[in-house]
Design a protein around this ligand. Structure first.
Ligand code: X2X
Length: 345
């Protein structure tokens, strides 16, 4: 009887103080909600990256870590190039962010934006899954955040309302919306276009009103937003760059979690990243590229460049590559070029 009472007492203590097997300090130090920043929402692979990560973490931590998604970079009023600073400062707890948007603060991230560096998905993987990926993660750690896994936004193809682009001359004078990262302005200027930097929040009305002639983004986004309905009738699949995504946590938040929970959050990011990369490539890696067929079927002209046509774009943007190589770091670019040359196709 006495023993039974003691056991009951222990049990009720466990109920009061939470699961004794779990992190004892959880109740005191964990926030009720963690704010996760992303540019795009649930209709896109990027948005799904956040959702899958959050769902897995919630389930695997039995609700100890509760992530709330903020698409549209709404925690920083849509100003996506401020996301990295906000993460570091703790305005944002966690993020799935694009290397492009963080590159103004972390210059090494411009590596992925070097024009025509990565000719195919195997090249992207050779970088993110190899030495370059490790080095970039070390750089991000030094910059004050905890990077956990890679995802993908994807190859950025140029679209416009004026004409088919087959040669750099076709871009002459065209007003193209570019992201707020200076290397993009340099590239479009080198190709003879008239680039205007704006956030994604501002880009959508600018496209709809015809204030800009074109833009560049992965093709899934063309579909999600039905860009042909706002006059975007021409696409050129030049594959000049692809932006990886990074799953990341603010350092103080990370340090406030038990090692077991840190491991769960990291593994969930890796799992979500893998699934999200497959989503981002869907329709583009199958032999007949169904995504291109789907877009062509709504009356959009899709121009696929011949190797010689592509070379003309490579040539005209080469000075930009050379200029930015120094900013990124000559050694890092060399490793990237080496690993791409050695990639398994
Ligand atoms: O702003 C863009 O073009 C977007 C949504 O692709 C990024 O955030 C890099």
């Amino acid at each position: 009887m006495k023993l039974r009472r003691t056991l009951l007492g222990l049990l009720s203590a466990a109920v009061v103080f939470g699961n004794l097997a779990g992190p004892a300090t959880a109740a005191e130090t964990y926030k009720s909600e963690y704010r996760v920043s992303m540019v795009l929402g649930p209709a896109t692979p990027w948005g799904q990256a956040g959702k899958m990560w959050s769902d897995m973490v919630k389930e695997r931590t039995q609700g100890r870590i509760n992530m709330k998604l903020y698409p549209g970079v709404s925690l920083i009023q849509g100003d996506q190039t401020r996301e990295f600073s906000a993460l570091r400062q703790g305005v944002i707890d966690m993020a799935v962010g694009s290397t492009i948007n963080w590159s103004p603060q972390v210059k090494e991230l411009n590596l992925f934006s070097l024009p025509f560096l990565m000719p195919d998905y195997a090249a992207v993987d050779a970088l993110t899954q190899g030495d370059v990926g490790k080095k970039i993660f070390q750089t991000l750690e030094k910059a004050g955040v905890v990077p956990l896994a890679w995802g993908e936004n994807g190859y950025r193809e140029v679209t416009n309302s004026k004409r088919a682009i087959k040669a750099p001359e076709d871009l002459k004078g065209m007003k193209i919306r570019v992201v707020g990262s200076p290397i993009f302005s340099d590239m479009f200027t080198a190709m003879g276009a008239n680039p205007t930097q704006m956030s994604w929040a501002d880009a959508q009305p600018a496209l709809a009103s015809g204030a800009v002639d074109g833009q560049e983004n992965p093709l899934y986004l063309f579909n999600v937003l039905k860009m042909h309905t706002v006059g975007q009738k021409f696409i050129t699949t030049w594959g000049y760059m692809a932006d990886p995504l990074v799953f990341v946590v603010n350092k103080e938040i990370w340090n406030s979690w038990s090692p077991a929970d840190q491991a769960i959050v990291k593994q969930a990011a890796i799992d979500a990243g893998k699934q999200e990369i497959a989503l981002a490539r869907k329709g583009l890696v199958e032999a007949d590229k169904p995504l291109l067929k789907e877009i062509a079927a709504v009356g959009v002209t899709i121009t696929q460049l011949s190797p010689a046509e592509r070379d003309a774009f490579v040539k005209v943007t080469r000075p930009v590559y050379d200029k930015w190589k120094t900013t990124v770091g000559v050694d890092l670019v060399k490793i990237a070029e080496r690993d791409i040359a050695a990639r398994k196709q």
